[in-house]
Design a protein around this ligand. Structure first.
Ligand SMILES: *Cc1c(COP(=O)(O)O)cnc(C)c1O
Length: 374
């Protein structure tokens, strides 16, 4: 069976975990966390990078930092993971869902402005499959209406919008190191703070509402409870695994891009003949090879293709169910139809893509997809 995903073990993960154990410090913000923070700050020019236990937690920090209150509105795409919006709902926000674009699951930025009211506080963009949203337009709208921008860059490590690293463009950006992402730590995440106004408070919120970070830097004599917060920092075991992956970022990305290109070359003729759609990369965006998918004609065809691949021992999987139609949110949604979000809900099928996938496996998968259509 070719699995959909297999967590990567690249090099020194176990060695660094051992070193963390031997160092006698296992809680957060030790040597390995600090290496990871520095990597993100230097490599991607982030003002303040803070590791978290997940991307979900990084988004919860963002929600607290924006001071989201009951009644505030947050605009977000419907075709995304629950964590893009749940952190704002937790603090009382109403989510106003936007549709995807016709050619790509990303938020249709041309529909954002009409959703703004005097209660709107922030726009959440999600760079689906690591492909950038049209950020210039989002920035223009946010500036005009005085809104914050949060980038859910969970899938978007090492990907760019017109030369700017994703996750560094909005007021805050969030990354995931869940085992299904390009760079992993089992579970893990990172909050990138790009707007200086949030830096001081971010350390406090991450340390259970205390000024413990300032205490460790010797800036205060004692530390205590100064704000709301929670326990958002990962242990050194997680950071040690992550650091071994970050050291190999280029190697991982090169391999994934090679595999992605094989898929594209092997299936593009069928897409040009109209059998299905393949991922589209706008000219302002790079491809970090997070995901390879085909968009089938409809739900029925996707089910058949998925079944066909399963019979050949290949696990292909669908993705999100539009959040405006989710069991939890459908009664809270304002009733607008979001046809492109529905299209991707029904028709998008993801093919296996992970570091250890072999060229032979990819060739087998391509052959099986071709066999289904031809
Ligand atoms: C994976 C993912 C998340 C959640 O990441 P965790 O680290 O598992 O919390 C959030 N948003 C998107 C778009 C994702 O792909």
């Amino acid at each position: 069976m070719i699995p959909f995903n297999k967590p990567a073990l690249i090099g020194k993960e176990l060695k660094y975990i051992r070193a963390a154990v031997d160092s006698g410090k296992l809680s957060g913000d030790g040597v390995f966390s600090s290496k990871c923070h520095q990597f993100f700050e230097e490599e991607y020019h982030i003002s303040k990078a803070l590791l978290t236990t997940s991307c979900t937690d990084a988004l919860e920090m963002a929600s607290i930092l924006l001071d989201i209150q009951s009644g505030d509105e947050v605009i977000a795409p419907s075709y995304t993971f629950v964590s893009s919006v749940n952190p704002f709902v937790l603090r009382g926000a109403k989510i106003v869902f936007a549709d995807s674009t016709k050619l790509h699951p990303n938020i249709d930025v041309d529909t954002i402005e009409e959703l703004i009211t005097d209660k709107t506080k922030a726009i959440v963009v999600v760079h689906y499959a690591g492909i950038a949203c049209d950020m210039a337009k989002v920035i223009k709208i946010a500036e005009k209406h005085g809104l914050y921008i949060i980038e859910d860059a969970a899938q978007a490590i090492d990907s760019y919008y017109n030369g700017l690293a994703l996750g560094t463009i909005g007021d805050m950006g969030t990354f995931s190191f869940h085992e299904t992402k390009n760079i992993i730590a089992g579970e893990g995440g990172l909050l990138a703070i790009n707007n200086q106004e949030f830096i001081d408070r971010s350390e406090i919120i991450r340390e259970k509402g205390t000024n413990r970070s300032a205490f460790f830097r010797g800036e205060v004599d004692k530390y205590g409870w100064v704000d709301i917060g929670s326990s958002f920092l990962p242990s050194e075991l997680v950071s040690a695994y992550l650091w071994a992956q970050l050291e190999n970022l280029e190697k991982i990305q090169t391999k994934r891009k090679m595999l992605w290109d094989l898929y594209f070359t092997g299936l593009n003729d069928l897409s040009l003949e109209g059998y299905f759609e393949l991922p589209q990369i706008p000219s302002f965006a790079t491809n970090n090879a997070h995901m390879f998918y085909v968009i089938c004609k409809n739900a029925k065809e996707r089910t058949s293709l998925k079944k066909h691949l399963l019979q050949k021992e290949i696990l292909a999987v669908s993705h999100y169910i539009s959040l405006h139609k989710s069991e939890f949110y459908k009664s809270r949604h304002d009733g607008r139809e979001l046809p492109f979000a529905d299209k991707y809900t029904d028709s998008l099928l993801r093919l296996p893509l992970f570091y250890d996938l072999s060229v032979n496996d990819i060739q087998k998968i391509i052959e099986c997809v071709r066999e289904f259509y031809l």
